[in-house]
Design a protein around this ligand. Structure first.
Ligand code: NAD
Length: 342
């Protein structure tokens, strides 16, 4: 009997619907060619476009739908910036489902210009606290305070996640902090990492301050395997990481908790390209591959990834960000065709 996976799909804003639809075609193809499982999609409304009608970017019926699923494929969404507007859907979902680990793989792709040809590392960012705790106030006119909350519990949890991943890869972990300045909060983070390290004697550890890490990521990106850090540092490092390997159109990310996973492209809604069938769908397609891996469908995950790499290696189909003229749909068609012949 086929394994059934209930998946939420939020298409998002701007280029979101086109990259998500391109990805659904790829998922259909891999479902047919690998077999043994069925994806049961639940489509929901969320994003900037919902605000006018619902007064929120995450309507209650979408939340109820999400709670009936195991994982979510999320298209990019436009973040409202007006004072008093709802916070970003990604931030709300991370809090709601306690998606404490933000996972951003970063590697060189065949036939795509990158800083170095042999980059392959993953940034693990703590997703629930730090400077994103949302505790911010104006002490007196013109004097603002934001609280950087770091707990031992969350630090142990993210360290455990990162060490487990490193142990399954090249067994090297770099932990990044600013303990020379943030002595109390980053001591808690550092101590937690060192305590978890004792359980993983085979994983080599390296310690870097955030300022040095941003520089080393440019200088020797090929030397990293798993990088683990707190929320704001991780946000900055993971965007930098996406860029060292080429296009933002190729970078995927996951937000993982103990009982839910949300998968999305790293890029935003790129409104200026909305509806033009012009952008690269690969970031969302690779996010879907991470989702299949999370759901335990390893063969489907590997199949999607292999098809993407082969299409890139072939070099015949290239969207504008890769220096070509092919459309979003032509890229997803090429990947779909490749999957059918795997
Ligand atoms: P963006 O990532 O949407 O676009 C920046 C530029 O990157 C684009 O102009 C384009 O040149 C390139 N790009 C992005 N996606 C691409 C793709 N798939 N293929 C090829 N090129 C691509 O960043 P922005 O313009 O700063 O943000 C637009 C909106 O998206 C904002 O409201 C922002 O807050 C939001 N955003 C959302 C998410 C999310 O939903 N996870 C992430 C980042 C930004």
């Amino acid at each position: 009997m086929a394994r059934i996976h209930d998946i939420a799909v939020l298409k998002g804003d701007g280029i979101g619907p086109e990259v998500t639809e391109a990805t659904l075609k790829v998922l259909e193809a891999v479902q047919a060619s690998v077999g043994g499982f069925k994806l049961n999609y639940q489509f929901g409304e969320a994003g900037y476009h919902c605000i006018a009608e619902h007064g929120t970017n995450l309507p209650a019926e979408t939340v109820a739908m999400l709670k009936r699923t195991k994982a979510c494929l999320k298209g990019p969404m436009t973040t409202p910036e007006e004072p008093g507007a709802p916070v970003s859907v990604a931030v709300t979902l991370r809090r709601m489902f306690n998606l404490y680990a933000n996972v951003r793989p970063c590697r060189s792709f065949p036939s795509v210009d990158a800083l170095k040809p042999n980059i392959d590392f993953v940034v693990i960012r703590e997703n629930t606290e730090g400077l994103y705790s949302g505790v911010e106030f104006e002490l007196s006119p013109g004097v603002g305070v934001a609280l950087r909350i770091i707990t031992r519990e969350a630090s142990l949890r993210i360290a455990e996640f990162a060490f487990k991943l490193a142990a399954s890869r090249r067994k090297a972990l770099t932990y990044v902090h600013k303990g020379n300045i943030l002595r109390i909060t980053d001591s808690i983070f550092k101590d937690a990492v060192k305590d978890v390290a004792r359980k993983y004697p085979d994983v080599a550890i390296e310690e870097l301050h955030i300022d040095a890490a941003t520089m080393q990521l440019i200088k020797r990106p090929e030397s990293f395997d798993v990088i683990v850090t707190t929320n704001l540092f991780g946000d900055i490092l993971s965007d930098e990481a996406a860029q060292v390997t080429g296009s933002l159109g190729l970078a995927a990310g996951a937000n993982i908790g103990d009982s839910y996973g949300m998968f999305e492209p790293v890029h935003g809604s790129a409104p200026k390209y909305s509806g033009m069938n012009r952008v690269n769908p690969i970031a969302t397609i690779l996010a879907a591959s991470m989702m299949m891996d999370y759901l335990g469908e390893k063969e489907a995950a590997a199949g999607i990834e292999k098809a993407v790499l082969e299409v890139l290696r072939g070099g015949k189909v290239r969207t504008a960000d890769l220096g070509g003229t092919h459309k979003t749909s032509q890229m997803s068609d090429a990947i779909t065709e490749r999957i059918k012949s795997l």
